[in-house]
Design a protein around this ligand. Sequence first.
Ligand SMILES: Nc1ncnc2c1ncn2[C@@H]1O[C@H](COP(=O)(O)OP(=O)(O)OP(=O)(O)O)[C@@H](O)[C@H]1O
Length: 337
Amino acid sequence: MQQPVLSVEQLNVSVQTANGWCPIVRDLSIEVAAGETLCLVGESGCGKSLTALAIMRLLPRGARIDSGRISLGGVDLAALDEPALRHVRGRDLAMIFQEPMTSLNPVMTIGDQITEGVQRHEGVSSAAARARALELFNKVRIPDPQRRLAAYPHQLSGGMRQRVMIAMALACRPRLLLADEPTTALDVTIQAQILEMMAELRAEIGTAIVFITHDLGVVAEIADRVAVLYAGKIVEQTDVVSLFDNACHPYTRGLMRSIPRLSRQAGGAVVDRLTEIKGTVPAPIAVPAGCAFSPRCALATEQCAAEPFAEPLAPSHLVACWHPEIAAVAANAGPAR
Ligand SMILES: Nc1ncnc2c1ncn2[C@@H]1O[C@H](COP(=O)(O)OP(=O)(O)OP(=O)(O)O)[C@@H](O)[C@H]1O
């Protein structure tokens, strides 16, 4: 892999509870290269958003980074003070949220919001910033962009607001874009258009993307690599093809079995029966010691009372499990364990 744009090493994030600080994100390590999309996948509450907010250094009150190193293009973000961080956010580092109204100012026109950001970070004239805003609106396929620049956020549809937020995030050609479920609230046609547009922009600008989702259909569409989180820990990390063909962690395999699939039968196509993963994700204060998935895992043994290490089963395919289902991987690469 070339020099990564983002490197996160052994990140630990906790939140405050009535019983003290509770670990949420545990020993998370990821790298993302220029022009690459890494999807962070996992069920609700597993710490995806807190990971993105920790990278942005925008954790809410009641959440903190306990340890870990986050570097952007080799620069340690922890070493920057707040003014320096503000400079990096927006210019090198941008984030888009599931709900665009969280980052749009309701009392400012869309045009003023986008040109202000471009002027602040790039020091260009207001005319040049406006020209750039128009260019971006065309790029994210906002129809009638001149008129839309004069609109306030509430005058736009949800899909249009999401495009505006993407245009704002990309205004300064960030090196890294963190996208937290940006299409979840949109209908499927608009979702598909937005994913396609993000892929185009990534190819054109070379932005590295961390894309958070719980939707494996979206993963198949946009990911180069995928990190699967369970109870705040990465349990499997690999390229998208291996994930769908050779998932090895019992949790990932369970997720795969929960995707509807069609199969051909004598009377035509039928949807295969879906298999659910038995049990529920533990609450953060009740994560079991050792392998957190073991109480739900059909393959669990006494060994799972100890924490499994993330080991490479094949080049760039990490699995944290004592009993990975390695038959498929073994065919592609020699065993590494
Ligand atoms: N400011 C906070 N104070 C206390 N607990 C928090 C805070 N922010 C998040 N949490 C808790 O941390 C856990 C992880 O939250 P996070 O939002 O990162 O999950 P997620 O994987 O992004 O889930 P979702 O897909 O539902 O957004 C949850 O249990 C959540 O309730």
